[in-house]
Design a binder for this molecule. Structure first.
Ligand code: UDP
Ligand code: MG
Length: 325
């Protein structure tokens, strides 16, 4: 505790929180965070200019009105309103990119307080040691259902298999320095999977483990359908291995066709086949293999282009309460 007071006392910390239909959760979250920030400021661990930035991801309920009210009642709260629902990852990115203009360090977390806010102390300790990125890692998944735990774990394994570097059991609860977020801005891809991108930034990083709690109010905004599309997004935006697999399959089948060609030729020479059968069978296999191979090769290029070209805006900010001062 003591040494942190001297090393890092003045850093401004922003906590960025994407919110989608979180009217039930927001007052609870706000109360907990204000207490946390007050303590950290009183201890001199963060600057008094630190804030909580709620990002309203096009909510249909009273989320934005609550954010505005919090902002008016307490200077620790600020808000960002997106023009429409763009999903958790884009809302988070909008928050990070805006917060970096005001803050030295930025913590990202969910609105539901499933991530233990006391891990922020750990983040600050690591920051004092010179880390630019600190990942919050769940020590257990006891509060998740068995199914969610199992799917999540298999998914991490699959990603690893696909050559994607990812921190095990880390969601989007992390601390990034202004510098790291500025580097993140240079990753222009539209297909955003922050968990896979952030490790690419590099710098000195570390992890802080914490217990993940159950959601206190409201319901999960990640039903199975969204979870699956998020999972597919993670693979296709970070790996072209599936396409490569098709190519390998094509090569395999093509080789089988050559072996068959030799086999059928031998039988043919020995005169044991019906006339014309050999050529038909061989060409079906050879062409099939070659077609798969060709599709795979083309796919390889399309995959690359796909990753690069769609440079549409990832989010549009409707209101930034920081600018209305
Ligand atoms: N969220 C968002 N936009 C969306 C869906 C979710 O900003 O389209 C936010 C949500 O308000 C929450 C966070 O993303 O703060 C994580 O969502 P949730 O807790 O429902 O996901 P889970 O913890 O169940 O995976
Ligand atoms: Mg949650």
């Amino acid at each position: 505790m003591e040494e942190n007071k001297t090393t890092n006392s003045a850093e401004i910390m922003y906590i960025v929180i994407p919110c989608y239909n979180e009217e039930e959760m927001l007052p609870i979250t706000a109360r907990a965070l204000v207490k946390k920030l007050d303590t950290l400021i009183a201890d001199g661990r963060i600057s008094p200019a630190s804030k909580v930035m709620f990002v309203d991801d096009g909510s249909k309920d009273k989320t934005w009105q609550i954010i505005e009210r919090l902002h008016r009642s307490c200077e620790l709260f600020t808000g960002l309103k997106l023009s429409r629902n763009k999903g958790h990852q884009n809302a988070l990115l909008a928050g990070l990119m805006t917060a970096k203009n005001y803050a030295d360090i930025i913590v990202s977390m969910d609105a539901d307080l499933q991530d233990d806010i006391n891990a922020i102390d750990g983040f600050l300790d690591k920051r004092a040691e010179g880390c630019e990125i600190v990942y919050g890692v769940r020590s257990s998944r006891e509060t998740d259902t068995g199914f969610k735990r199992w799917t999540a774990q298999s998914y991490y394994k699959l990603l690893e298999h696909m050559g994607v570097e990812i921190t095990y059991n880390h969601a989007d609860y992390r601390m990034m320095s202004k510098r790291a977020v500025e580097e993140l801005e240079n990753f222009k891809e539209v297909n955003l999977f922050l968990r896979g991108i952030v490790p690419m930034i590099g710098f000195k990083t570390d992890i802080v483990t914490y217990e993940r709690a159950a959601r206190q109010a409201g319901e999960s905004k990640y039903p199975l359908k969204k979870m699956i599309s998020f999972a597919v997004e993670g693979i296709t935006s970070l790996s072209i291995k599936p396409i490569r697999f098709i190519t390998t399959l094509g090569i395999g089948i093509f080789f089988i066709s050559i072996i068959m060609l030799i086999y059928f030729l031998v039988i043919h020479i020995m005169g044991r086949t019906v006339h014309g059968w050999t050529t038909t069978v061989v060409s079906v296999w050879a062409l099939g293999g070659l077609q798969l191979l060709a599709i795979g090769v083309i796919g390889e290029y399309i995959g690359k282009i796909y990753l690069e070209t769609k440079s549409r805006p990832k989010y549009i900010i409707e209101t930034n309460l920081e600018e209305n001062e």
